[in-house]
Design a protein around this ligand. Structure first.
Ligand code: ZN
Ligand code: ZN
Length: 335
């Protein structure tokens, strides 16, 4: 089923004609639980990865020997949903005991802080499916997202480690059938649930703090006026500019850190947003983006978290690529 974003509650360029110069497109991915095939674009499914190529690993020095097992996290989620829907009802005590056991942490004996561990394969995106996905290097058409299952990187020692890989999909005729996976993960929110995608290209506008100051001031003034018929006040950030949820291309939101330059470490060029991983497809401030097909009940049914991925403090991860050379390493910002 396709997914369709409802019209915005206000026409941005009627209110602010100058916004036309700051308009772009982004592809909302609309992940929903499913069973994606290895050849599909997806989140959390099997990756089209050459059987004879080394799987990406984390070699950054950090503790990696303690955490939850990915299979326990998946089973806990499955049972949670299953019991929620009323299928099978073990005695309360028994149920609690099982859930508690699934939350146990394990130690991997002898795993040194520098030993390579497999990254989690998170998602893959075909250019044929996603209009805003930029071209990869050397004719590559499939982008794959990986990350380390621990928050122990970067200057702070608490950052993520993200890796993007490109494939020429037609050349991967013998994909890996058993994906490597770390034995334990530092954070359950990094383990994605399998989701199929329903890409939809929509209009988007630059983050407010990066607009010319006159235009930003005009928008801020408009936001201060009382809402129509006593309703909520209008909000550029959450209703007009950048849609919530997983998406490819468009503009990054900088609502946590304020904007800072994202320049390529290899060549100095200003980088462009490639992909956004969001902890929810919608929440209190962004209900107006719920696709028409999901209907009004989607608010209550907690369907805003199909991938079960959470990044930052219930935030979003923006991954940037170099427009001059897509082979240059990505950078990212967590908001
Ligand atoms: Zn790591
Ligand atoms: Zn570059």
């Amino acid at each position: 089923m396709a997914r369709t974003t409802p019209p915005r509650p206000f026409a941005p360029e009627v209110l602010f004609p100058a916004l036309a110069a700051h308009r772009g497109t982004t592809t909302r991915l609309h992940p929903r639980p499913g069973e994606p095939a290895v050849t599909d674009s997806h989140v959390g499914g099997p990756l089209l990865w050459p059987a004879d190529a080394p799987w990406p690993v984390c070699t950054h020095p950090h503790p990696r020997d303690r955490g939850r097992r990915p299979q326990d996290i998946r089973l806990e989620r499955f049972l949670g949903e299953f019991w929620l829907r009323g299928g099978g009802r073990p005695a309360g005590e028994e149920k609690q005991e099982l859930l508690r056991a699934l939350q146990d942490e394990y130690e991997v004996a002898g795993l040194e802080d520098t030993e390579p561990i497999p990254l989690l394969g998170v998602a893959q995106f075909h250019r044929r499916d996603i209009p805003d996905l930029p071209a990869g290097p050397d004719g590559c058409d499939l982008l794959q997202l990986f990350w380390c299952p621990f928050d122990r990187h970067g200057e702070t020692g608490y950052g993520m480690h993200v890796d993007l890989r490109w494939q020429r999909s037609h050349e991967v005729t013998d994909p890996i059938t058993r994906q490597p996976e770390p034995e334990v993960v530092g954070y359950d929110g990094y383990v994605p649930e399998p989701c199929v995608l329903h890409p939809e290209q929509v209009t988007t506008y630059q983050y407010g703090g990066l607009l010319p100051s006159e235009l930003e001031a005009a928008i801020t003034g408009w936001e201060r006026q009382p809402g129509l018929q006593g309703g909520a006040r209008p909000c550029y950030q959450y209703e007009l500019s950048i849609p919530p949820g997983w998406r490819i291309g468009g503009f990054a939101s900088w609502h946590v850190t304020d904007p800072y330059p994202m320049d390529c470490a290899s060549c100095g060029q200003a980088m462009a947003l490639v992909l956004t991983v969001d902890s929810s497809e919608w929440d209190g401030g962004t209900y107006s983006w719920i696709p028409l097909e999901d209907g009004p009940s989607a608010r209550e049914l907690m369907e805003g978290t199909p991938t079960k991925v959470t990044v930052g403090r219930w935030g979003e991860l923006n991954v940037f690529g170099c427009p001059a050379d897509p082979a240059h390493p990505p950078r990212w910002s967590v908001q």
